[in-house]
Ligand binder design. Structure first.
Ligand SMILES: [Ca+2]
Ligand SMILES: [Ca+2]
Length: 180
């Protein structure tokens, strides 16, 4: 984490890994930080798209509480069977290849919606990819519910996604100006 001055020079920095900065235990190729998104002033979503806890290459995300000086003071992990029902993601989906904070998507007053995508989601066909829209509870640690957007799910007609890797990157915006 880089703390920048107004002239964009680095004033200070911290590293969050398995050995420093309060990070979670990791193994090689977990890829912590493949995608990152702040969801609150001191709350960071950081993916580990190579995480194998729920099966090879399933992927995971950590929701980290950070101190003001950029050290992780606590974290929770979300993957298949851990905050999400078993089988939500699947092996070799590499969930967490991208992520974006969506603010208060459902307009319930809680800024707690996050998109986390799998470039190799197998729904609708081999490696077509998908995004999970997570609706977090007010603790920002528990997944209340989620919606999958991919080929044949979440309002996308089956056969629409013809190639692979839908969700390789993701960003928030209001393209049609309706406030969502
Ligand atoms: Ca909300
Ligand atoms: Ca909109």
């Amino acid at each position: 984490m880089l703390f920048l001055a107004a002239d964009a020079s680095v004033e200070s920095y911290t590293m969050i890994s398995s050995s420093t900065g309060g990070g979670p235990p990791l193994k090689s190729r977990d890829g912590l930080g493949r995608a990152v998104a702040f969801i609150g002033p001191h709350t960071l979503v950081a993916s580990a798209f190579g995480d194998d806890t729920a099966g090879s290459g399933t992927g995971a995300v950590y929701i980290m509480e950070l101190s003001a000086d950029g050290v992780c003071t606590s974290y929770i992990k979300i993957t298949d069977g851990l905050g999400l029902p078993d089988g939500t993601i699947g092996r070799y989906n590499f969930w967490g290849v991208s992520a974006a904070f969506l603010g208060d998507l459902n307009n319930d007053g809680l800024q707690a919606e996050v998109a986390v995508c799998s470039a190799h989601d197998q729904g609708g066909g081999t490696s077509k990819g998908a995004c999970l829209i997570l609706f977090l509870a007010s603790d920002l640690k528990t997944v209340d519910r989620f919606v999958r957007i991919g080929d044949g799910s979440g309002g996308v007609e089956a056969g629409t996604i013809k190639g692979n890797n839908f969700g390789m990157s993701v960003a928030r915006g209001d393209g049609n100006g309706d406030g969502n």
